[in-house]
Design a binder for this molecule. Structure first.
Ligand code: NAD
Ligand code: UD1
Length: 307
């Protein structure tokens, strides 16, 4: 059994990955600054180093002796990156370079979180990995730069890397309280209490919502199978859901009437973002994705537990 470092392991996706690694008998070390992550998300068996992923000394110490690194630490909000361009760049790009640099000596394999945001407003949907990249956000630009640096780490320095372009991930532990959180957790948190939701734009924008357990399966598959060379894969379902349809579905699952306030679109908001999942399914050995309604039911059950 191995020892794995998860940067950002106290966060939403990282803590589910920690659970899965421990459940199969691996040991887990986490590097997290607890800016959006929470100590309580982590199972007691995971060891936590509180530190900054953009601090090279902290990353080197955290990387020592591990069999692989899952690099998830980042400021995950597109909207927050628009407000704090430089601060986000430090966490998201400098942090990734620090991880790749620390992985160089021992050629430690790195599986890292990229994003569908690298595609920008892609004219062809669903989006294949071969589509042109044209980010429309500081966040997406940094994620694309992470991929370029990871390619250098692999091709020049011999570090095995796999980039996963997550689409819109949702599930338990995604914070319902922060305006910077994902739309599903925000909508579910409000609608189940019969409160109104805020819709940016006309609600006709679409997203590909992928359940967190399916993202964990992709992370584990990428580390185990590690396809040769630097590769990037979509992690998505192939199904489009509009923001308005999402609000209606969550309201109906909650047994509440939908009340929605409309606002201007967010600056740089992508209109349509739906991915083609076939390459990841084949290369990483993934099962069919969790249906949206099943995942939403889990989110609502988790929110009810917290009452
Ligand atoms: P999250 O905010 O729950 O997790 C990010 C974690 O990184 C948090 O625990 C946070 O405390 C930590 N962190 C932030 N800055 C740090 C720093 N400078 N040093 C150390 N730790 C730091 O978000 P998440 O949704 O779990 O996202 C995980 C990864 O997946 C991120 O890289 C994100 O960009 C990417 N991603 C997420 C989604 C999504 O829909 N949630 C989609 C695409 C990509
Ligand atoms: C999300 C992720 C980002 C990831 C990207 C990949 C979060 C916080 N962000 O960005 O990390 O890289 O997917 O596709 O998980 N909206 C509303 N009302 C709200 C909140 C959001 O209408 O209260 C709308 C937004 O304007 C947007 C859509 O819902 O059109 C999704 O927003 P959000 O959940 O913030 O995700 P993305 O910006 O797509």
């Amino acid at each position: 059994m191995g020892l794995y470092l998860i940067t950002g392991g106290a966060g939403f996706i990282g803590s589910h990955l920690a659970d899965a690694l421990l459940a199969r008998g691996d040991a887990v070390r986490v590097l997290d600054d607890l800016s959006t992550g929470r100590r309580e998300n982590l199972p007691p068996a995971a060891s936590l180093i509180v530190g900054d992923v953009a601090d090279p000394a902290a990353v080197r110490a955290a990387m020592a002796g591990v069999d692989g690194c899952f690099h998830l630490a980042a400021i995950a909000s597109v909207a927050r990156a628009a407000e704090d361009w430089l601060g986000t760049n430090r966490a998201n790009l400098v942090g990734t370079i620090a991880v790749l640099d620390a992985a160089r000596g021992a050629r430690t394999p790195v599986v890292y979180a990229s994003s569908a945001a690298v595609y920008g407003d892609c004219p062809v949907q669903p989006i294949a990995e071969t589509a042109p990249t044209a980010p429309r956000s500081a966040y997406g630009a940094d994620k694309l730069a992470c991929e370029l640096h990871a390619a250098v780490a692999t091709e020049v320095f011999g570090v095995p890397t796999v980039g996963l372009r997550f689409f819109n991930v949702f599930g338990p532990r995604q914070s319902p309280g922060s305006p910077y959180s994902g739309v599903i957790s925000i909508f579910a948190g409000r609608l189940r209490r019969g409160e109104a939701v805020d819709v940016f734009g006309d609600g006709g924008q679409t997203r590909d919502f992928v359940y967190v357990a399916d993202v964990v399966a992709a992370l584990l598959g990428a580390m185990t199978r590690r396809p040769a060379g630097h590769r990037v894969f979509n992690v998505c379902t192939g199904h489009a859901t509009s923001v308005r349809a999402l609000a209606e579905t969550i309201a109906s699952l909650s047994g509440q009437a939908l009340q929605a306030r409309t606002h201007p679109p967010r600056p740089g908001d992508i209109r349509h973002s739906v991915g083609l999942p076939v390459a990841a399914r084949e290369a990483l050995g993934l099962a069919p994705p969790t249906p949206l309604r099943d995942g939403l039911a889990d989110v609502l059950a988790w929110l009810a537990q917290g009452e």
